[in-house]
Design a protein around this ligand. Sequence first.
Ligand code: FMN
Length: 222
Amino acid sequence: MENKPLFNQPIQEQIRFLVFSASLRKDSLNTRLAKLAAEVIEKNGGKVDFAGMSEFECPSFNQDLEMNGTHPSGAEVFRKRLLANDAFIISSPEYNASIPGYLKNAIDWVSRYRPQPFNELNGLLMSASPSMVGGNRALWTLRIPLEHLGVRVFPTMFSLAMAHNSFTSEGHLSDPTLTKRFEENLVAFMNLVEGAKHYPCIKKAWVEFLGEKPDPVTEQVG
Ligand SMILES: Cc1cc2nc3c(=O)[nH]c(=O)nc-3n(C[C@H](O)[C@H](O)[C@H](O)COP(=O)(O)O)c2cc1C
């Protein structure tokens, strides 16, 4: 791939992306993919805030703790990093055709802040796995809580199948066709985030009315 930036919008202000791998493993394939995404973003004029999942680790969610106003430090870091950026990118492992429990747990904790930090953020989902599905089922699972929380999940996701055999020693993808698809997908997402930041649509409030009367108990339901 030539080095000419594909990011073709006039840049008014650098767009900031929180990029993290949702694996805690030292030799994680998802961390490799997240690092490659960070490299592509920077090459195309974006700013990257790279995080590790260990920074967002939280104890199992317990509503009794939350009632006392307790938020674990991992949730606080996750919230701050989401709000300090214009968009986020997660590269998640697939565990048993779903997402890692600790990732959902961290999302649940962060969802309890008001204002709810995920609302109206743009997010891009990626996965890497040694299997032929590349962890893609986890991404469909991950869409559900994120969309529920108001994230604009980018339609095109990227799943790297046979990831253990797909990286060069420099951490790039060895397949040129996949490299092109990976970069074009990231640049399309960057253009969308740039548009959302500088040319926002008229804001609309979405109210889901399920018939229940607002009271302190139903307010606690996500
Ligand atoms: C409990 C468990 C369940 C797994 N289930 C799946 C699965 O459903 N689909 C899949 O593609 N890989 C599955 N894997 C393999 C992971 O994709 C593989 O370990 C991968 O390298 C994890 O991501 P990481 O390298 O970023 O840590 C599973 C691994 C574990 C430990």
